[in-house]
Design a protein around this ligand. Sequence first.
Ligand code: 5BU
Length: 263
Amino acid sequence: TQLPTLNIEIENKTISIPIRQRFQTIMKEKRSNLCLSADLTNLDEIIELSKLVGSNICMLKIHSDILTDFSLDKIQQLKDISRKFNFLLLEDRKFADIGNTVKLQYTKGLFRIVEWADLVTVHVLPGECIVQGLEQAAQSINEPRGCLLIAQMSSKGAFTDNDDYVKGVVECAKKYSDFVIGFISQSRLTTTDKFLHCTPGVHLNNTGDQLGQQYVTPRQAIDERGADILIVGRAILDSINRAKTAEEYQQQGYQAYEEIRKI
Ligand code: 5BU
């Protein structure tokens, strides 16, 4: 099945860009492998923050179910900003149910995620049917959509710390590689550059939080954890100057990425 692609008009010619290629182009053009995890409970505040750091990030990740003021109007505003500043929107939904249910969760309810999120996160615990359900639902939208499979987690004692499980996730990614563009991971899982490895648990000053989160530095995430994309939340959100801190993570992250991945 052919997934819809983003149609962009250039000199009256329409070209189609698949989401994987678009992501890689954004990273190169903006010299950024920084994904801001905007874990704030107010969408108005996220909208303002996205304008402040829009030029520093390649992706903005949100949890729509923690927002107290979610509306489709406001999420459309965020989508417009993401197009203007050229970054992707990731809804960290962590789908984890059977194909039929995730299809409904992706398209219906208050959030109608498929209408605005370029990417979503997915647990493969239920088996490959979860990816089939989401991919089917994505075909109702005339814009490119993709997902990141959660292969490994950053939290202490995660049950994803199991080789057989991770192997299964990688197999699933290979089988559905039109829709699956990468992983949420804590190590390099494939030798090809086809799959983007996105790594949460990144902080320059802390080693963890009180609830099991475990941090490494941007350089360690890339060098030791095989990251392409750094997912950074509180290190930026809790800093005194969010814009300046985002710029620091962008610069440190991309410099290490260029050196280590030799791109
Ligand atoms: P932090 O503030 O940088 O710790 O936030 C990390 C974000 O990444 C947060 O939104 C988590 O829900 C998300 N996350 C994570 O921390 N670890 C994981 O393994 C996965 C997601 Br999957």
